[in-house]
Design a protein around this ligand. Structure first.
Ligand code: GCU
Length: 430
């Protein structure tokens, strides 16, 4: 402000004007900071920080205690060479980063020979009053005379033109076909999606590979694993669930009503981590939605804010490859961080959601990761979120290929989250 210049030549009248001007400027500044009383950027509430500290003692929820860290640059190769062209990214840098994530975080998928058969086991026509067709499909994977099956439900709206599809990785349950059609579930609000012109399919993670450390023998991994391969880098649940999302996509893409160029994968929490990995491994997914995925998902490992590598690998030893455990308490030694996982999604679209009470998942780490993936979107000439400050609560930010929101409330996937995501999907697909 030029007050120093003004003060030198003040008459009484101009002193009054100056006072008025100063007052007006102060008012204007405060209304920028708190339009309608709402802050312009989200920061964790003290009461929420305290509640998280009480619930999870021994973990960091204090922003001032985040260690200083340096993130690997997604556009610098392992040998220090700058990646400056899309061709370089596609030919060498992307495969190199993908390999690091396979070998250090999510594990390497087995190179097994298998066949897949999809069988319809349930069907409902004219659903939701919009002529949607719901089908329950049993997917049977066979390998070496053994097999493993899991079900999914797919609902396709009636439409003259091919429609986009959202594959939802459901970490809670399989909603059987009748329940899908007859009962509303905000965790997978099918009617909402169908009415907005989207087909959607969902399966339950544990049906693919049980979400329990001791149940390896009962899942898809036991069917496909080669016992001769390196234990340290072998895939585990998250990767097997992501693989299953691709099998559901295979089926969806065989349906003439589905538009193969408009496909999304979505998940919450552990399934949000899985959705990101599914999008990284399978480039047929045009859009990835990760909701409150936290540690090992969208949030930066190096911040070690909320859940950290030591805790997640100790409590969920069946999620990541064994080698990931070796980074417990030494996140800075990881050859990758999670912004590079998001960068693997470029030039496709990505949406990240957080909740303000869910500090365990580190909303700031999730947002920052999305921003730090940005240079790869820039390389493709795409628009993307650049602002380092987070948006305010319940105010989604959509910029080109990237979108983000943080909503009020607890760790969960709600109708509000889906609504924000669908708005973003509309902007990408329509
Ligand atoms: C636990 C876990 C998280 C995970 C969440 C969930 O809270 O620590 O990493 O995202 O479960 O999947 O619900």
């Amino acid at each position: 402000m030029a007050s120093g210049v003004l003060t030198g030549s003040l008459t009484q009248q101009s002193a009054m004007n100056h006072l008025r001007l100063t007052f007006a400027l102060v008012l204007a500044a405060s209304s920028v900071a708190t339009a309608h009383g709402a802050p312009q950027t989200w920061i964790a509430k003290q009461s929420v920080i305290k509640a998280n500290q009480k619930k999870r003692p021994g973990f960091n929820f204090d922003e001032s205690k985040v260690p200083s860290y340096k993130l690997p640059d997604p556009l610098v190769s392992a040998t220090g060479k700058a990646v400056t062209t899309v061709q370089d990214w596609k030919d060498s840098q992307r495969p190199a980063i993908l390999k690091l994530f396979r070998e250090h975080v999510y594990g390497v998928r087995p190179d097994a020979h298998y066949t897949v058969v999809h069988k319809e086991v349930g069907r409902r026509e004219n659903a939701f009053g919009v002529g949607a067709t719901a089908r329950q499909i049993r997917t049977t994977v066979k390998s070496n005379d053994k097999s493993h099956s899991f079900d999914f439900v797919i609902v396709i709206p009636n439409s003259d033109a091919p429609v986009p599809v959202i594959v939802h990785i459901n970490n809670r349950y399989l909603i059987p076909i009748d329940k899908t059609v007859d009962e509303f579930d905000p965790f997978w609000p099918v009617e909402k999606m169908v009415r907005r012109g989207y087909a959607t399919a969902a399966f339950h993670t544990s049906d693919v590979d049980p979400d329990e450390p001791g149940r390896y023998a009962d899942g898809i991994r036991a069917l496909l694993d080669d016992p001769g391969t390196d234990q340290g880098t072998r895939w585990r649940c998250l990767s097997s669930w992501a693989w299953a999302a691709s099998r559901v996509l295979d089926f969806a893409l065989e349906q003439p009503e589905i538009d193969s160029s408009r496909t999304a994968v979505a998940g919450n929490s552990r399934a949000g981590k899985t959705a990101l990995w599914a999008g990284a491994e399978d480039e047929r997914f045009a859009l990835t939605y990760s909701n409150e995925s936290g540690c090992g998902g969208a949030s930066l490992s190096r911040r070690a804010y909320g859940e950290n590598v030591a805790r997640i690998t100790a409590v969920f030893p069946h999620w990541f490859c064994e080698r990931f455990t070796s980074y417990s308490g030494r996140e800075e030694a990881l050859p990758v961080d999670q912004h590079q996982l998001i960068s693997l999604l470029a030039p496709r679209a990505v949406y990240v959601g957080s909740a303000d009470e869910d500090l365990w998942a580190d909303p700031k780490g999730e947002y920052t990761s999305l921003v730090k993936a940005g240079p790869v979107f820039d390389l493709f000439g795409l628009k993307r979120i650049k602002q380092p400050e987070m948006p305010p609560l319940n105010t989604p930010r959509q910029v080109g290929s990237t979108g983000y929101h943080i909503r009020t409330g607890r760790h969960n996937l709600t109708e509000q989250d889906w609504g924000y995501f669908l708005d973003f999907a509309d902007s990408i697909f329509k």
